[in-house]
Design a protein around this ligand. Structure first.
Ligand code: MG
Length: 305
């Protein structure tokens, strides 16, 4: 252990964990915290409180938390695109949307092959402007996180929205419940978690990794890491290609080779994380009822281009 915050599993983790750093709890009072997205220009973090149908904002300059949007259609995952706009996964809206500079909202994807999406869960924007998202059924399984409904598509896919014509295409169709996703720093790899164990006995609870071919297709999918505590939900990749992923007992850190080398212990189930701060070296942690943060000796991966 290094302080009460960092658990070292492998000495390779020590370079990330500083001996005088402790996790901080910035807010408590969410029911299911998710979807952290950091806005450098505004020095704030947005995140979702899915069952309470609201998006919250943490102001880094004052420490004040306020409601950014409620109701919001039960937002889940978020990301910030290259133009600094919020891209959102809406459970109840069953769509991926974008808040424009003038605050109007644009639907980016709400159906595939003429059928409504299930409930988009998490999203990432590639440097070419394409938007990649997952579409499991958590937002239509019941009324807690959205509106209960049957799946029209009948399966849970990973999709890509084309940056030129806006078309929506399936890029992976062999997941049980695809969930968090992130590119490697050079975007040659895409990591996608599968939380299928929530619905299938002995189902998947792992992260898979794919080769990104021609910038727009996935190939050679293989299991990257199996969860050792709870499930892998959302995650982020740092500048050295290490994966910082949500798990049942905190945040787990994996090398690019798939070795679990250390943990940030949170005391609550973690759903997602995001790098923020002026140097992008502060990891924000959505931990069920709380928003936590910890400084690390690493930074977010810079987006190519
Ligand atoms: Mg998720």
């Amino acid at each position: 252990m290094i302080t009460d915050t960092f658990e070292v599993i492998d000495d390779r983790f020590r370079r990330f964990a500083m001996g005088n750093v402790h996790k901080e709890t910035l807010y408590t009072g969410t029911r299911w915290a998710e979807g952290p997205a950091y806005f450098p220009a505004g020095k704030y973090l947005l995140w979702s409180d899915i069952p309470n149908d609201r998006v919250l904002r943490y102001d880094e300059t004052s420490g004040v938390v306020s409601e950014f949007m409620t109701p919001c259609g039960n937002h889940n995952g978020h990301t910030v695109d290259r133009e600094g706009r919020l891209v959102a996964c809406e459970h109840r809206g069953r769509r991926v949307s974008r808040i424009e500079i003038d605050s109007s909202i644009t639907t980016l994807a709400d159906c595939y092959d003429g059928k409504r999406l299930n409930s988009p869960n998490d999203v990432v924007v590639k440097s070419d402007g394409s938007i990649w998202f997952t579409d499991p059924t958590y937002g239509i399984d019941g009324d807690y996180e959205g509106d209960k409904a049957d799946s029209e598509i009948g399966a849970s896919y990973v999709y890509r929205i084309d940056p030129v014509d806006g078309s929506v295409r399936v890029v992976a169709d062999d997941f049980v419940k695809p969930n968090g996703l992130a590119f490697s720093p050079d975007e040659s790899l895409l990591y996608v978690s599968d939380t299928g164990a929530t619905h299938v006995v002995d189902g998947p609870k792992h992260i898979r990794v794919f080769d990104v071919e021609a910038g727009s297709k996935l190939a050679n999918g293989r299991v990257f890491a199996e969860a050792t505590s709870g499930l892998f939900d959302g995650f982020r990749v740092d500048q050295s290609g290490h994966i910082w992923t949500s798990a049942g007992d905190g945040v787990h850190c994996y090398t690019p080779d798939g070795d679990l080398i250390g943990k940030i212990l949170t005391g609550e189930v973690v759903a997602n994380v995001e790098f923020g701060g002026l140097k992008r070296n502060r990891l924000y942690i959505c931990a069920t009822r709380s928003l936590q943060a910890v400084y690390l000796n690493t930074r977010a991966a810079a987006r190519p281009g």
